[in-house]
Design a protein around this ligand. Structure first.
Ligand code: BV8
Length: 279
């Protein structure tokens, strides 16, 4: 396992199909709490327990307050240097400088849209796309007609206004169903956040499978690699003879370091290590 930047750059140059799989650590420097860090809780709930269809079914008022809170956090957030580094790698004319004659695809587990915003900061005309495999916070799906729509209203409905302030609102509101986000008339169906919950199939699954199978280098950026299927992509690339580069603040796991598939390990905040390793 190496953190030799020159060796990593040589691998970048000799690769053909590069991918990155990103997690909450990519957006940490933008002020967005990670799942398994201190911010992984909202009120007394573990984020993972609220990101399920069952939680929404049981208490849509609570789940909508959780997602409204995260929408308001994201609206105040800006892409950080790690988003921008991946954005530059996504755009062929910039990628040419460090990895000529390669393809690059960013697959993100994050729903904050910051990687897409970074891309458009760099080049508003770019055709490059980020694969947002767990959906988007700023989209909704109608539970009645199934329509998926972009929605970055703040607040998304009057009843949620101010509920993001957990100090002013010490007690969780109990918002009646009819006051939660609804699809416009005549449908008026209850909306749900446009994200993939645990137990639901990820988006773009066939496209991701073919891209991961073709990859000969994977950058694993800011993820605990605990949620599948994303957590399995690095092993898949390694099994296919490809190389793995980890960018994480945590040190490598001791117990599995001997047989770990990691060829490179850049320990530190990815907003520093990623730009340094790539450019
Ligand atoms: C599915 C959207 C099947 C919502 C999320 C085996 C195979 C397949 C599935 C399973 C399986 N085993 C179990 C499952 C089920 C489940 C799963 O994986 N469970 C886990 C808990 C075991 N998977 C699913 O349910 C998936 N669906 O498989 O469907 C299917 C197939 C066909 C038909 C029907 C069904 C769907 C999972 C998607 C869930 N939705 N998000 C929302 O966000 O609210 S998951 C959510 O949690 C995130 O998107 C992300 O994926 C995950 C959190 O992980 P991380 O992003 O890694 O964040 P975390 O905080 O854990 O770690 C942060 C890391 O960053 C840390 O390592 C930290 O050290 C590091 N870090 C921090 N700061 C920095 C940093 N690193 C660098 N720089 C820094 N500055």
């Amino acid at each position: 396992m190496s953190s030799d930047i020159q060796a990593f750059r040589a691998v970048l140059r000799e690769s053909r199909n590069i991918i990155a799989v990103a997690g909450a650590g990519l957006s940490a420097a933008s002020g967005i709490p990670t799942f398994r860090g201190p911010g992984g809780f909202w009120r007394t709930y573990n984020a993972v327990d609220l990101a399920t269809p069952e939680a929404f079914e049981e208490n849509p008022s609570r789940v909508w307050q959780f997602y409204h809170y995260r929408r308001e956090v994201v609206k105040k957030a800006q892409p950080n240097p790690a988003h921008l580094a991946l954005g530059l790698l996504s755009i062929p004319k910039h990628r040419q400088l460090i990895a000529p004659n390669t393809t690059f695809t960013l697959i993100t587990q994050n729903i904050d849209g910051l990687s897409t915003r970074a891309l458009h900061h760099i080049d508003p005309t770019t055709e490059s796309k980020v694969i947002e495999m767990h959906g988007r916070l700023m989209e909704t799906i109608c539970t009645a007609c199934g329509e998926r729509k972009s929605n970055d209203d703040s607040p998304i409905c009057p009843a949620l206004a101010g509920t993001e302030d957990l100090v002013a609102n010490r007690f969780e509101a109990d918002i009646p169903l009819e006051e939660l986000p609804r699809y416009p008339a005549p449908c008026k169906g209850l909306l749900r956040p446009g994200v993939v919950w645990f137990g639901e199939e990820i988006l773009h699954t066939e496209k991701i499978d073919s891209i991961v199978n073709a990859a000969d280098l994977i950058l694993v950026v800011g993820t605990s690699s605990t949620v599948y299927p994303a957590a399995g992509y690095a092993q898949q690339v390694s099994d296919n003879g490809g190389k793995v580069a980890i960018f994480n603040v945590d040190p490598p796991d001791e117990e599995d370091s001997e047989e770990s598939q990691d060829d490179f390990y850049f320990m530190g905040p990815c907003e520093e290590t990623l730009p340094m390793a790539l450019f």
